[in-house]
Write a protein that binds this ligand. Structure first.
Ligand SMILES: [Zn+2]
Length: 430
């Protein structure tokens, strides 16, 4: 297929572009549109009311396959991602079995090849079966597979010596560690952020220090071994301060924020109940403000959804028993467009960077740009589309979201992966 997207507002942070222009696609590759315009076989779509960005990247997704297909699988998860505007996602390895060996990475890659609609990149556990006691064969895995990062997400290596060793291997393998920072002893049994709300609701609380202690620990270890360390779903103001200080010292420490930590606080818990239960837990207004400031000064260079599907039955349990996590792939862009771009907090190009160059730089990915000759991964956005988030229309198998019914302005209308439409909401006319 030869295709020209005409009169788009093209935003490409990697090339510092925010301008009206045309995008040319020849089969799966981005080309100069003027080289296509004389061909009769070229399809032309006028997108003069739309923004065109590089295909978005979500570096924190739980696809649940293998092992938890009743929550999500690679097919439904990547459909959901495509509908959310993502052309590249990074799958967390906390499946059953956990992805902790070359054999299991190969198994996962086979499933991805069979079922994924978009680019799905594997990660591997830092420790065997995420137990935090024995490291995986990091160097061997790097040399023989396509994993883009090391992570025990959902768990966190508590043993400082073992973490230091992990960093030595990560440094040698030139792979980033993307770490779920949690001091399990401090958090033991906690359900939501410790404070006034946990007291009122009568459930055990999780102190913010459970996160910031581990962020501080990682920064200290990073001073000894300059491995790349990326802090997942950062949520507590003190953690952010540690990351900022580390960056000021030139350490290779980066961080991501999730939309739910940016746009919600623990005050929603009495109403949202289990749909407000995530790990790390929702914080306070003070944390929210620190997160926004860190996005603006680029201490946080990535927005990632931590898409975490759970079945209705699981989320119907009481607050203590229900699992942590919410859906994120389809709600991230409408929420960010509404709360960050339209509100004037961030300019659109800087926001797009959090979903493109930000994660691409952390993971050393070549995608996330509209440079000619690259694969034609593209997201089309209608900035003015007013709508209500309807989680019942989600492509996910699960429905756990506190954002249901929230009004938003701005929506993904189409997603193109390697030159093919993998999502279109019907409002594109040619
Ligand atoms: Zn996590």
């Amino acid at each position: 297929m030869k295709l020209i997207l005409k009169n788009a507002r093209v935003i490409d942070p990697r090339n510092n572009i925010d301008t009206i222009g045309d995008i040319g696609i020849d089969e799966s590759i981005l080309v100069d549109s003027s080289t296509l315009s004389r061909s009769f076989s070229t399809k032309i779509i006028d997108v003069s009311n739309l923004v065109v960005t590089p295909g978005l990247i979500d570096m924190h997704v739980h696809l649940r396959e293998p092992g938890f297909e009743y929550k999500e699988d690679i097919r439904t998860g990547t459909k959901t991602a495509a509908a959310g505007g993502f052309t590249t996602i990074v799958a967390m390895p906390n499946t059953n079995p956990a992805i902790d060996s070359i054999k299991r990475i190969e198994l996962l890659n086979t499933l991805i090849r069979d079922s994924s609609l978009i680019n799905t990149l594997p990660t591997v556990c830092l420790s065997k079966n995420r137990q935090g006691t024995e490291l995986t064969d990091i160097i061997d895995i790097k040399n023989n597979t396509n994993v883009v990062a090391l992570t025990d997400d959902g768990d966190c290596i508590q043993d400082d010596e073992l973490m230091l060793k992990a960093m030595e291997f990560a440094y040698k393998a030139d792979l980033p560690i993307i770490d779920h920072c949690e001091d399990m002893l401090v958090n033991a049994g906690g359900v939501i952020r410790k404070g006034e709300i946990s007291k009122i609701m009568g459930v055990p609380g999780m102190p913010g220090e459970a996160e910031s202690n581990m962020v501080a620990r990682n920064v200290e270890l990073c001073k000894k071994v300059k491995a790349r360390v990326h802090i997942q779903h950062i949520s507590y103001y003190k953690s952010i301060n540690y990351v900022r200080e580390a960056q000021e010292c030139g350490l290779p420490v980066s961080a991501e924020a999730s939309p739910h930590h940016l746009f919600l606080t623990n005050e929603i818990l009495p109403i949202a109940v289990t749909n407000g239960k995530m790990n790390p837990p929702l914080g306070t207004k003070e944390d929210q403000e620190a997160l926004l400031n860190a996005l603006l000064d680029n201490t946080i260079s990535v927005i990632a959804t931590d898409h975490a599907p759970h079945s209705p039955a699981e989320k119907a349990m009481d607050l203590v028993s229900a699992p942590f996590g919410i859906l994120g792939l389809e709600t991230a862009i409408p929420l960010c467009l509404t709360e960050l771009a339209r509100s004037g907090i961030m300019n659109l190009s800087d926001l797009v960077a959090k979903f493109t160059t930000g994660p691409a730089d952390v993971l050393n990915l070549k995608c996330g740009t509209l440079s000619l000759g690259k694969k034609a991964d593209i997201t089309l956005i209608d900035l003015n589309k007013e709508h209500r988030i309807d989680i019942n229309r989600s492509f996910s198998k699960s429905r756990n979201s506190p954002f249901h019914n929230r009004s938003a302005i701005g929506k993904v209308v189409a997603t193109i992966c390697a030159g093919k439409f993998v999502y279109s909401d019907g409002s594109l006319s040619s």
